[in-house]
Design a protein around this ligand. Structure first.
Ligand SMILES: [Zn+2]
Length: 584
């Protein structure tokens, strides 16, 4: 029942939406002027208010002080009537339930401000128990410095209450934290409230300024969500607020909550500027899939090489030189922070060619630990006849030696001074003397299969693309079955496969884990809206390739939301449809 709220875009747990009142409002939004309170039912029985579509009416409710036992809360819980206007229910994170309203107001929000782990638990508990397509309102808490984290957690609506109170106490807020108004000689802001001499600036002006900055910060955050770059911004902004830093780190421990909501692919690059980047879902997911889904299908020695700033790696000058020396006699695996290891077939796969990192030549201990853990897990699963480490001293060599020792392996090192010196490259080439070359055809087949493993699951590459013909020039590869029917194409921007109808049929009929969206009896064109979804696989993530099937249609497309969200939502595009055919 969310006629008045719709989500248009998602960036992890953050959402960009629209409150459809008499006027439309973009969310995340300030709701200061958009609420009517139906009042508390503690003091008297309340009639259902006469709401209208200009505001959100908070239905009569009973709020409870912190620590009230759940049984007591349940016994006194207000009944929420079905109403024909935009409405909100007041809920406590311990007893929250679906009341059929458009908005949920978290009554214990203020107890959670300042308490990071309680905040994280409360938000996850509420978000998982109210419908995905309803708005969550966190009252009385947001400040400009904490706003990015609050939105990243999955909150849609806030107010300027806390920011204004801080202003009346002489706290001048900016997106970088708070300053005592008394300490300011100048007003470092160009908002309307600050357009006056410092000496005439009152506490009321300070409150207005704080609210203006909050509004400004909301615009920045919405733009970041639109660009798919909220996390990059968050990693910088949380530095200004210890609570927000703590919340971000604790959310990063909630991998399930975030992973379900994080897209498989993004247009935007990710910025790797801090150790916190290593804990973001995209990085952990890539490492997890490379070490649990990917299969090496080459018989050649492994050649470990350093990553390059230019992506994909194969287009860089250094990798061109490695390739010249290796000449198809080795399987290239790039070592990199923050990705871990990148086998050559997955160099295009998000985020392997979508990150910008700070190059200092030094690796932090966290980076070394992360990359060596991934390399170790990778080599535990993948056995090679030989492992050649063509890596420079800094960081790389230490990681190799650590893994070598842990696994009882013996690497062959080929670098003198630097990997691209004539001497080093000659070493690499002569170390591979006598090794067989793999065929271009094998490389193409193995690339398609590796992408299928990564995207669809362990074993999918062999099950789907056992007998195929490939054509096209890397990276624009296409796969056909032995009858010449096209099955899939590589999408070079993201290193993922896009299936044809024939490919989707093969996938649906195979033993490989299939991501299915079951729809009602209609033939979709362009997209499937959430109300048309009957059921969907739990493991569908935004951006996943999905089979779409119903009594009247069979198709293939790309998920716009997670499987659980498709099932629970009543609005919004669930999946795009690339190809569809009517069932006869
Ligand atoms: Zn200002």
């Amino acid at each position: 029942m969310t006629e008045y709220f719709e989500i248009h875009e998602r960036d992890g747990a953050a959402r960009l939406g629209e409150l459809r009142l008499a006027e439309s409002h973009r969310t995340p939004a300030l709701v200061d002027d958009l609420l009517v309170d139906g009042g508390t039912e503690w003091t008297q029985e309340r009639d259902v208010p006469e709401g209208d579509d200009s505001k959100i009416t908070i239905l009569p409710h009973r709020a409870f002080p912190g620590g009230t036992p759940e049984e007591v809360q349940d016994a006194f819980a207000a009944e929420y009537p079905d109403v024909e206007f935009p409405s909100a229910a007041v809920v406590h994170s311990d007893t929250v339930a679906d009341h059929g309203t458009d908005v949920y107001v978290l009554s214990n929000a203020q107890e959670l401000a300042g308490h990071a782990s309680a905040f994280v638990d409360a938000i996850i508990s509420v978000r998982e128990r109210i419908p995905a397509d309803t708005a969550l309102y966190l009252p009385g808490v947001a400040t400009p410095a904490t706003l990015p984290m609050i939105v990243a957690a999955g909150v849609d609506l806030i107010d300027s209450y806390a920011a204004r109170i801080e202003g009346t106490r002489g706290q001048y807020l900016t997106s970088n934290g708070a300053q005592f108004l008394e300490d300011l000689e100048e007003l470092p802001c160009s908002c309307p409230a600050c357009q006056q001499p410092r000496t005439e600036f009152t506490l009321q002006d300070c409150a207005d300024h704080n609210a203006n900055v909050l509004e400004q910060e909301l615009r920045t955050v919405r733009e970041r969500i639109r660009a798919g770059r909220l996390r990059d911004y968050l990693e910088g902004q949380v530095r200004h607020d210890n609570w927000a830093t703590s919340v971000m780190r604790q959310f990063d421990q909630q991998y399930g909550y975030l992973e379900q909501r994080t897209p498989l692919i993004r247009r935007a690059n990710l910025t790797a500027a801090t150790d916190d980047t290593l804990r973001r879902v995209e990085i952990q997911r890539y490492a997890e899939r490379v070490t649990s889904r990917y299969h090496n299908r080459f018989d050649n020695p492994c050649v470990l090489v350093p990553c390059s700033a230019k992506k994909p790696y194969s287009e860089s000058q250094s990798h061109g030189q490695f390739h010249q020396a290796v000449q198809f006699r080795g399987h290239l695996v790039s070592m990199t922070s923050p990705i871990g290891v990148v086998p050559q077939e997955l160099e295009l796969t998000y985020p392997a060619q979508h990150y910008d990192t700070v190059v200092t030549g030094h690796w932090s201990e966290t980076e070394k630990t992360f990359v060596s853990n991934v390399l170790r897990a990778y080599l535990e699963r993948t056995s090679y006849p030989r492992i050649i480490a063509h890596v420079p001293d800094e960081g790389y060599r230490a990681i190799c030696e650590r893994v070598e020792e842990e696994l009882g392996l013996s690497f062959e090192y080929t670098v003198e001074e630097h990997p691209t010196t004539t001497e080093s490259l000659a070493n690499l080439s002569s170390t591979l003397a006598g090794e067989e070359k793999y065929l271009k055809r094998d490389r193409q087949h193995n690339t398609m299969r590796a992408m299928a493993d990564y995207q669809f699951g362990d074993g999918a590459g062999d099950l789907l693309f056992d007998e195929i013909q490939t054509e096209g020039r890397y990276p624009k590869l296409r796969a056909r079955n032995t009858d010449g029917e096209q099955l899939a194409v590589v999408v070079p921007q993201y290193g993922v496969l896009a299936l044809t109808l024939a490919g989707a049929k093969r996938w649906a009929a195979s033993d490989a884990p299939t991501k299915r969206v079951e729809i009602d009896g209609f033939v979709p064109h362009g997209s499937v809206l959430a109300p048309g979804v009957v059921d969907a696989s739990d493991d569908i993530r935004p951006g996943d390739e999905v089979v779409i099937e119903g009594p009247k249609a069979f198709g293939v497309g790309r998920a716009e939301m997670s499987g659980p969200e498709m099932v629970k939502s009543t609005r919004g595009i669930a999946t795009s449809v690339r190809h569809v055919e009517e069932k006869k």
